[in-house]
Design a protein around this ligand. Structure first.
Ligand code: NDP
Length: 294
């Protein structure tokens, strides 16, 4: 069976990794990028360079977008005639808000195109490997029809018809990821400000990070149940004790001349939980403070 043609628009590190994986899997791939030179290596490897976004869309029924955000999609596809977009399947794997994904689906529908939104959950080097997976939401039949090609990028994890869902899951995972990365950098700044070498700290800091799944992993279902039920019994690590530590981190950072924005935010959550009378509850009581802010 001949592999289906795929168009990829957006050739940053992620888009380039997608094209490379699709070429390896034998798909004819057409590419377009605002900065044309970024396509050169891929063209040498077998991709076809489209001269314009309209040519890129015309080349395949399946059009994958890998851009910095959703406004970039309008910058690129805004000038493509509706009759070229009609009948196409746009799969936008760019980051943005859930509402931006829903709006983009309406925009596509107005032009007779169908739309899937997704979030790639691995870095570029892992695209096309067995570790890769991608959150999708939108019409299930559209994903089913194009799953063979999309699976080359990463295993699809379908979340439902609501176009905002994949983006919501992507942003929620990135919330964990980005906060953890900032915490690692902040903690490293804290120790290096005292003359400690980063190499004497970072390996153990990574162990602290990987201890979190060990600490919560077996209990994840029970933790989820307790968060939903609003149960925070306070048996092991209560909010008052954790809040005292949060304060110590802020004061250590202040004394070191290191930025306090991140630990201030964490301390503020403990302060508000304690002020709300939750000091004797588990640290998970912060969940109520965080939810109440929304
Ligand atoms: P980059 O931001 O490096 O590149 C994205 C592409 O968007 C480039 O091709 C760029 O074109 C294009 N672009 C941006 N703005 C415009 C615009 N206004 N008009 C036309 N083209 C535009 O992103 P990545 O490739 O790293 O990532 C792509 C998506 O994948 C992002 O949404 C990201 O969140 C997601 N992702 C990335 C991961 C990563 O580790 N890189 C991991 C998981 C997901 P040009 O080359 O001309 O600048």
């Amino acid at each position: 069976m001949t592999s289906t043609p795929v168009t990829v628009i957006g050739l940053g590190p992620m888009g380039r990794a997608m094209v490379a994986a699709l070429l390896r899997a034998g798909h004819p791939v057409t590419v377009w990028n605002r900065t044309p030179a970024r396509a050169d290596e891929l063209v040498a490897a077998g991709a076809t360079r489209a001269a314009t976004p309209a040519d890129a869309v015309a080349a395949s029924e399946l059009v994958v977008l890998s851009l910095t955000d959703y406004p970039a999609m309008y910058d690129i596809l805004g000038a493509v005639p509706a009759d070229v977009l009609a009948g196409k399947v746009l799969v936008n794997l760019s980051s943005d808000t859930p509402d931006a994904s829903r709006d983009a689906a309406s925009w596509a529908a107005d032009r007779g195109a169908r739309f899937l939104t997704g979030g790639v959950m691995v870095p570029p080097p892992a695209v096309g490997t067995p570790d890769a997976y991608v959150f999708y939401s939108g019409p299930a039949d559209v994903l089913d029809a194009h799953a063979p090609a999309l699976r080359v990028i990463g295993e699809p994890k379908y979340l439902g018809e609501d176009l905002g869902l994949a983006q919501l899951f992507y942003q929620a995972h990135l919330d964990v990821f980005l906060t953890a990365l900032s915490a690692l950098l902040h903690a490293t700044a804290l120790v290096t400000a005292a003359g400690v070498r980063a190499e004497d700290f970072l390996p153990d800091a990574l162990v602290t990070l990987t201890d979190i799944p060990a600490m919560l992993g077996d209990e994840a279902k029970e933790l989820a149940r307790r968060l939903e039920a609003g149960e925070h019994p306070g048996t092991l690590s209560n909010a008052r004790m954790m809040g005292a530590t949060a304060d110590h981190i802020v004061r250590t950072a202040t004394a070191s001349g290191v930025d306090t924005g991140l630990p201030d935010a964490v301390k503020s959550q403990y302060d508000r939980a304690i002020a709300a009378g939750r000091g004797d509850q588990d640290w998970t009581a912060l969940y109520e403070v965080i939810r109440a802010s929304s």
